[in-house]
Design a protein around this ligand. Structure first.
Ligand code: RB5
Length: 149
């Protein structure tokens, strides 16, 4: 499994902890920045990770900002991306099983490191259930097509 990971300055410390976790588990990843605490704009990072996942260059993505909200909104503008903001493991599990979410977003200022790593673990190790959920995912794609030029 190859993971695209990115953050803004508000998510840097948590991103570094997640990277340590990925390294410990032997999971391949590409870090799309940001790499310092200097202030930056989360859409600039969101688009890099979102495009890597939408193009299937990377299998899944992890994006972190202060709240996880802005970076999630931005990533979800890229067709083919289903980015899910999670601050609990139940949601991380459900969004993989039901929504086939391909990007996990989290907020460094809203979840502690221990919980965040459990969320990552759950997200990466839960499969899409398929079945009745497929038609719903397809309807999301139809909405994307309706509004893209
Ligand atoms: C940066 O201060 C902050 O706005 C950003 O990390 C994020 O929380 C936006 O949604």
């Amino acid at each position: 499994m190859k993971i695209a990971i990115g953050c803004d300055h508000g998510g840097l410390r948590l991103k570094n902890e997640v990277i340590k976790y990925l390294q410990e588990k032997g999971i391949e990843y590409v870090d799309y920045g940001t790499y310092s605490e200097e202030s930056c704009d989360y859409p600039d990072i969101a688009i890099k990770v979102a495009e890597a996942v939408a193009s299937k260059e990377q299998e899944k993505g992890i994006l972190i900002c202060g709240t996880g909200i802005g970076i999630s909104i931005a990533a979800n503008k890229v067709p083919g991306v289903r980015a899910a903001l999670c601050s609990d493991t139940f949601s991380a599990h459900a969004t993989r099983e039901h929504n086939d979410a391909n990007i996990l977003t989290m907020g460094e200022r809203t979840v502690g490191i221990g919980l965040a790593l459990d969320i990552v673990d759950t997200f990466l190790n839960t499969e899409f259930e398929g079945g009745r959920h497929i038609q719903r995912i397809n309807k999301i794609s139809e909405i994307e097509k309706k509004y893209s030029k």
